[in-house]
Design a protein around this ligand. Structure first.
Ligand code: SRS
Ligand code: ZN
Ligand code: ZN
Length: 474
């Protein structure tokens, strides 16, 4: 279905009972192959909350399943920062829209939310398109208008709001998508609110069009007060009782707009432990560095800020773990290897190819490989297994003649490595045990002062500086 057509219909305020709104729901239901009821029922909620919206529901999308998993900000003074603006609305107006949106939530709670103009902030606001560095690419115009992260760990991506800049955002008119509405809705998520089934609620999962003066509904107010009660109300209602009351007296089916993406799971390995061994390290299409262990992965950005863990098979559905190796190939696709199999995904995480490594042009002696990286100097890809390595041509998808060769002789780094990556500075890093080393620029030699400890440099386990920009490369 061409969902973009629906854009015209979201311009003016649509009553949920209007003919057009119901027609639009029916269209979505037909497309999603679910019962065509013309109402936002459980199946429709689930559909809106899955893949197409870039929101992947965790497993089965059962409404209410995550209702007890809400995370909140542990402090009451929050800051936000606007990183960039959309075209078409003056900047000071966009500032005002965001200020007003936070003000709505603030005035019904005991939160104090203020704008900062530099440095770090709890909630970062940005306008982005398609693939934009987190695991939820936007879907061009129409479809999902924005997304925001729950308060989760209160660090990193937590609370951040991303607006799909392929939308035409407007204010004060019924043409385009009303930025005021979307901002209030997204900041509701940033503060820890889930979706509501109450049609008048701003936390209803579907944009219903332009209304000149946005106010919170009773349902929204009950929601925010369940999380951050005003001191006066707190005496009468603890957060727990408030939440229970909300549940009992409203029809708020709590649907998670986001999988459990930031909260660490208890079973995942401890990133700072000296026994952790990475199965693979690779740079993804969004320039994030992925550190993968078993089913878990962490993301590290250019400034070595770390996020996660998340579950890798939720993002790359077909792969098997623990992985052997992965890399970003010439086409910008991520290729995963395990045993005798490979899986190749494009930047929108669509499976582009999979099968036996033979079909990727690799010899079966490379089954259960250790690591792979592309060498910046010649653009060739090198595969490592035990004591040997192979050189591979991404264009012809074949290994070069004369291989395998001996790792120690050619590269002068130890054999039996765990992982390797050509990083964002075009330098190659090799991971082995709890240590890593850096190769000299254009030379198959290890840099001086290496190996170093992965946990110290990449994961900043022993420094307080997590989250603070570090200009030094690892
Ligand atoms: S979120 N924060 N809950 C985003 C939410 C949103 O974008 N909802 C979609 C929406 O209302 N889109 C309107 C335009 C497309 C209409 C076609 C049918 N359709 C924010 C909003 C509530 C302010 C939900 C949606 C409706 C949708 C979709 C999503 C088709 C994907 C595809 C993540
Ligand atoms: Zn995003
Ligand atoms: Zn939402």
């Amino acid at each position: 279905m061409d969902l973009e057509e629906d854009n015209d219909k979201v311009g003016g305020a649509l009553s949920p009972n209007s003919v057009e709104f119901r027609a639009s729901i029916r269209k979505l239901q037909r497309f999603g192959n679910i019962p065509v009821t013309g109402k936002i029922d459980a199946a429709t909620m689930k559909l809106i909350n899955t893949d197409r919206c870039g929101l992947k529901d965790s497993t089965n999308g059962v409404i209410g399943r995550f209702s007890l998993q809400g995370t909140t900000w542990k402090k009451r003074d929050l800051t936000y920062r606007i990183l960039n603006y959309t075209r078409g609305i003056p900047r000071y107006t966009q500032r005002r829209i965001f200020r007003n949106a936070f003000h709505l939530w603030q005035s019904s709670s005991d939160l104090r939310i203020r704008e900062v103009y530099s440095g770090n902030a709890d909630i970062l606001i940005s306008f982005v398109r398609q693939v934009h560095g987190d695991p939820y690419p936007f879907d061009r115009a129409g479809g999902t208008l924005a997304h925001a992260f729950y308060p989760h760990s209160n660090k990193g991506l937590s609370g951040d709001a991303h607006f799909d800049d392929d939308e035409t955002f407007t204010t004060g008119t019924s043409d385009g998508i009303n930025l005021d509405w979307v901002a209030v809705h997204e900041f509701g998520h940033s503060l820890g609110l889930e979706h509501s089934g109450v049609q008048e609620s701003i936390m209803y999962p579907w944009y219903k069009g332009y209304i000149p003066d946005i106010k919170l509904s009773n349902d929204d107010i009950q929601g925010i007060q369940a999380l951050y009660p005003k001191p006066t109300e707190r005496k009468v209602q603890t957060p727990a009782t408030a939440k229970a009351t909300t549940k009992a007296t409203t029809t708020r089916p709590r649907v998670t707009p986001r999988p459990d993406v930031v909260t660490p799971r208890p079973t995942v390995p401890d990133i700072c432990s000296s026994t952790i061994r990475y199965d693979t390290v690779f740079v993804g299409p969004g320039k994030w560095t992925y550190f993968v262990v078993g089913d878990s992965f962490w993301l590290v950005d250019r400034a070595l800020r770390r996020y996660g863990p998340w579950t890798i098979t939720k993002f790359y559905k077909h792969i098997k773990t623990p992985l052997d190796a992965a890399y970003l190939n010439k086409l910008g696709n991520v290729v995963f290897f395990k045993g005798s199999e490979f899986w190749e995904y494009d930047s929108a995480r669509k499976l582009k190819g999979s099968g036996q490594i033979r079909q990727y042009g690799l010899p079966s002696t490379l089954e259960n490989m250790d690591a792979v990286f592309t060498w910046a100097k010649n653009g060739k890809t090198y595969f490592f297994k035990d004591k040997e390595y192979w050189r591979y041509n991404d264009n012809s998808r074949r290994t070069d003649p004369g291989y395998p060769k001996n790792i120690r002789k050619a590269w002068r780094f130890p054999d039996y490595i765990n992982a390797a990556v050509k990083w964002l500075n075009n330098r190659t890093y090799v991971f082995r045990g709890r240590q890593y080393l850096k190769l000299q620029k254009g030379k198959a030699r290890v840099e001086r002062y290496y190996p170093k400890v992965i946990a110290d440099k990449w994961m900043k386990c022993n420094s307080k500086g997590r989250g603070i920009l570090d200009s030094d490369d690892p």
